[in-house]
Design a protein. Sequence first.
Length: 136
Amino acid sequence: MWGETNKMDLRFVDYLIYIVASVVLTVWVGDTLHRNGRPFLVSVLKEDGLADSVNRLLVVGFYLVNFGAAALLINTGDAPANVPDMMKQTITRIGVVLLVLGGMHFFNLYVLNRIRRPARQKPPVNYNPYQSVPGS
């Protein structure tokens, strides 16, 4: 009976550490991206209001995906038999959460860069490729 209670206690500690670490990391990264992503969004979208709205929507989506992934990962693995097993499982889960956070960040940067690229390459409004360039 004591062995079963000990496994449940370790599982509870495992869950507690994992949930707290996942929430803290996700909120910290989301807040950092929200604060530092605004200038980038303003340069891409050229409107402050639109950039702020997109920034908030990106953060909400970021939280939903990462908290969802963290919730799915909590049930991976068996009940730990001892403290080293518990630490191994917890660290592995947190590592996967960090990979998801990084993947989401780079995906957002890729998409925003793709949006930004055509805006940089647009020719002038009165562009005529057959007209000679003044001064040449």
